[in-house]
Design a protein around this ligand. Sequence first.
Ligand SMILES: [Cu+2]
Length: 152
Amino acid sequence: MQRNLLIGLWLALLTGNVGANESALSLRDGYVREMPPGHPVTAAFGRLDNSGSGPVELTGASCACAQRVEIHRHVEHEGRARMEQLETLPVPPGGVELAPGGLHLMLIDLTQPLRAGDEVELTLEDAAGGTHTVRLPVQRLSGVDGAGHHHH
Ligand SMILES: [Cu+2]
């Protein structure tokens, strides 16, 4: 009797009516990289956190600022860096780092110009149907256009 009750509670937790649609995933210190005007793509970076006790799978993301968002990573192929799309990204409880030259969320076919100082809303989606929306500032990456940058 007692045992059945416990198993029932455990199953209720597993099938997850707990926390409805709020994902355990979030993006901490996130930002979107400012690109030169007219550039059709950019990327979002930050610390992809998982507040749960087990791995959570990121299956995608969306932003009103882009036609689509893809999960990408950089791979080294015959000495050249190129990007590769991931269908899903397993996020361990410790989280993973999204950073230039590594994992990132690619914002493709931007629907509006994104300038430093703007903010966009990005919605993360996980394999359990949970979502989490974060606001990300658009930032200029220092050191990339630094030396050749002209002030008017
Ligand atoms: Cu990419």
